[in-house]
Write a new protein. Sequence first.
Length: 128
Amino acid sequence: MRHRKAGKKLGKTTSHRQAMFRNMVTSLFKHERIRTTDAKAKVLRGWVDHLITLAKRGDLHARRQALSIVREKNVVHKLFAEANDRFGARAGGYTRIIKEGCRPGDAAPVSIIELVAGAPAKAGSSQE
C-alpha cells in the first residue's frame, strides 16, 4: 500500500529524478517552453512554482536556495530580474500545460509546458 507516500517516482532513482528535474526546470526558464511527457510536466509544475515564488521574494537567501536547484547563474539572474514584473500580480499558476498527443516511438502522452505570459486579466473589466 502507498499510504502517505507523496510524489511520483517515474521509475527513476531519487538522484536521477532530481537531476532530471533540475535540468528540465533550467531548460524551461531558459527557453520558456519545453516538450515532455504528461507525467513529467505535472511534476515539473511544482518545481517551477516553487522557484518563481523564491524569485518573487527576491532576497539573498531565496537567491541561494534557487541556485541550489538551478546551477546556471545567468538563468537564476534572469529569473530574479523579471519575476516581479512578469508574475507579481499572479498568486500561483505560473505554467500552462498543453496536451500534444502521443510520441511516435512508444506512444507516451506528450505535453508542452510553458511559462504564462504575464498578469491575468481582471474578471469583469472590459478591454477598450
